[in-house]
Design a protein around this ligand. Structure first.
Ligand code: AMP
Length: 229
């Protein structure tokens, strides 16, 4: 692995804005994002045994077996566009995944976006997702220009099947039980960057960029323009 490989993991409860912040970071650092949840949703569409299994587990809001999530992450890291780095949204979610990831490529920083459970539940209840590109909207805080239609590609916006109360409750429970120990591990490794997630989107982004610079000396590489002779 390239020693300068930038690997950011984005952690935080459901609805904390990981996907949105990943998009901002992608623009800022010019490295791609991989949403493990979105990757798994693609797998779940397949009419295979694995697809069926993943679909059933996701609908209940539970974690799919690590062989699937770890496999997807490893594959994505090998892609050409990820030569300089990768932003991973929603992975690792338990200690086994964190150890598997550190063994393949150590994280440069783990960005933890913190919001209260109450806020998480409210945000998910108002969340809409584009059927085609997966872009997230919120009926209160991030409205599309045209109601029900994605700004990016004109796709239909809908509620996610696992954004219903029972599945949300299960997902938050898993977050506290399985993902909080991952955060403790990154804290121990001095790789954790904690961010207040209940502020406007742009301020969350600015805090992340500032934190990466102050805590990890990671900043955007400025392009140098060669002088003509
Ligand atoms: P998300 O889109 O990140 O909210 O993830 C949606 C669902 O995908 C989760 O509730 C899990 O069922 C599954 N999932 C996402 N990431 C992981 C992961 N790292 N490990 C296992 N299951 C995952």
């Amino acid at each position: 692995m390239n020693p300068k490989f930038m690997l950011f993991v984005l952690l935080g409860p459901q609805g904390s804005g990981k996907g949105t912040q990943a998009e901002y970071l992608e623009d800022h650092f010019s490295i791609p994002t991989f949403s493990v949840g979105a990757g798994l949703r693609e797998e779940a569409k397949k009419k295979t045994r694995a697809g069926k299994e993943i679909r059933a587990i996701m609908a209940k809001g539970m974690l799919v077996p690590n062989e699937y999530s770890v496999g997807l992450v490893k594959k994505r890291m090998k892609a050409k566009d990820a030569k300089r780095g990768l932003i991973i949204d929603g992975f690792p979610r338990d200690l086994d995944q964190a150890k598997a990831l550190e063994a393949v490529a150590p994280a440069s920083a783990a960005i933890i976006i913190e919001i209260r459970d109450k806020e998480s539940i409210e945000r998910l209840a108002n969340r809409l997702v584009c059927e085609t590109c997966g872009m997230n909207y919120n009926t209160k805080t991030r409205k599309p220009v045209v109601k029900g239609i994605c700004d990016k590609d004109g796709g239909k916006l809908k509620h996610r099947a696992d954004d219903e109360p029972l599945a949300i409750k299960k997902r938050l429970e898993i977050y506290h039980k399985e993902t909080e120990p991952v955060i403790a591990l990154y804290k121990k490794m001095k790789k954790a960057l904690f961010i207040e997630g209940e502020q406007p989107i742009i301020e969350v982004h600015e805090d992340i960029v500032a934190g990466l610079k102050e805590q990890f000396a990671i900043e955007k590489v400025r392009k140098t323009t060669k002088k003509k002779k």
